[in-house]
Design a protein around this ligand. Structure first.
Ligand SMILES: Cc1cc2nc3c(=O)[nH]c(=O)nc-3n(C[C@H](O)[C@H](O)[C@H](O)COP(=O)(O)OP(=O)(O)OC[C@H]3O[C@@H](n4cnc5c(N)ncnc54)[C@H](O)[C@@H]3O)c2cc1C
Length: 350
């Protein structure tokens, strides 16, 4: 995380942070196509991935630019670009994941202050975050999508307890976050009271459709091919077939991503088509990591720190981590539902 903050600062100094943000907010007004080109070159050169501090620049920034007040933009946008503020996304709850609108974390407005109580879960980077975008229930009496409010919460506020959750990789990126009468000033509300669902949808659309995952996967495909050559696996007929198949699918993903970006250039905002891309890249991600492990043979499954681990256990970690791709940012089943109904226009099942 320390490195991530520092690197974000370096990107900012070089004029490479928030490329797609409008110039008036410190970005460079890059078009989606320019952003894609940058992502491809960034990965091709082996520059560090920015997942850990990505919530701010990729999700919070665009959401605030779209829906925030002038005061919120002035206060929050610059520190996101410089890496001064790390953000986390407090959306999911134990009983509100795919069905996000079932959120039960309460925020009660008393005077000009919200009193927030409840629990979030799977909140990535919460332990390191300075701020959190939080979906809360402000009116339990109305239909569930209508009683939600979107808040910006200072993670150092009294009443917040964070418990790390260890993933099967052995690392604890995500956390449980408990709110016990946490005070949030009304000025930290984004959009109107009880109109948080619209704001959350903007955030989710950027999460599913605004990135360039094909660039990362293409880089990893190149690495797997290198390993296959190094270990002699490329001489094996079956391995060659699978490597070729994965390479073809990586290329198809790149073309789909470019097709989507053309749509973005026409429509402006990421829409439900992002669900299609999310589905394709997350499932390809898993197949690619499985292939990487198979190409390595039994030693590939050794974890970081094991005497005979290859590349310091990189692919064992990547393989386990890739399992999460079909869950975060909306599960594959949910993406299929969205694609069926909102992209293909199919009728709902009985
Ligand atoms: C690595 C990782 C990082 C994450 N980081 C964050 C974060 O920073 N902030 C945050 O808020 N959340 C985060 N999440 C949570 C993530 O968004 C949820 O896990 C996800 O939305 C699914 O919700 P759930 O886990 O409650 O599963 P559920 O919604 O309970 O789903 C359980 C199963 O039922 C299926 N299902 C559910 N509804 C339907 C339906 N309508 N049709 C068909 N099938 C359905 C699902 O596909 C799944 O297989 C993260 C998750 C992971 C894995």
């Amino acid at each position: 995380m320390r490195f991530g903050r520092w690197w974000q600062g370096k990107l900012f100094e070089g004029g490479w942070a928030g490329l797609h943000w409008p110039r008036e907010y410190g970005g460079r007004g890059a078009t989606p196509i320019e952003l894609f080109l940058f992502a491809e070159e960034y990965t091709r050169l082996g520059a560090p991935p920015m997942i850990d501090i990505g919530v701010g620049p990729s999700l919070v920034g665009p959401t605030l630019i779209h829906h925030g007040t002038d005061a919120q933009k002035r206060r929050f946008l610059a520190p996101i670009l410089t890496g001064e503020h790390i953000w986390c996304q407090g959306f999911s709850e134990p009983n509100a994941g795919s069905d996000l609108a079932a959120c039960r974390t309460r925020a009660e407005l008393r005077g000009d202050v919200f009193h927030v109580s409840g629990q979030k879960i799977w909140t990535s980077y919460a332990r390191f975050a300075d701020w959190c975008i939080l979906i809360t229930r402000t009116d339990p009496q109305v239909p569930k999508h209508k009683g939600l409010t979107f808040l910006l919460v200072d993670m150092k506020s009294p009443g917040i307890t964070i418990r790390p959750l260890v993933e099967m990789t052995g690392v604890a990126w995500f956390n449980e976050v408990f709110f016990d009468d946490v005070l949030v000033p009304r000025e930290n509300m984004v959009g109107a009271l009880n109109a948080g669902w619209t704001i959350a949808i903007t955030t989710l659309a950027h999460e599913r459709g605004g990135s360039a995952p094909h660039a990362r996967l293409a880089g990893e495909m190149r690495d797997v091919l290198d390993v296959a050559r190094r270990l002699g696996a490329a001489g094996d007929a079956e391995a060659r077939q699978r490597l070729a198949q994965c390479h073809i699918e990586t290329e198809i993903l790149r073309l789909l991503a470019w097709k989507q970006v053309s749509g973005l250039m026409r429509g402006g905002q990421p829409g439900p088509e992002g669900s299609y891309l999310k589905l394709v890249w997350s499932e390809l991600d898993m197949r690619l990591k499985q292939l990487a492990l198979d190409v390595h043979g039994p030693y590939g499954a050794l974890a970081r720190g094991s005497a005979h681990a290859i590349d310091d256990g990189r692919w064992e970690y990547e393989y386990l981590w890739s399992r999460a791709a079909s869950i975060y940012a909306g599960t594959s089943e949910v993406q299929r539902n969205i694609v069926a109904q909102r992209v293909l226009g199919l009728p709902r099942g009985a």
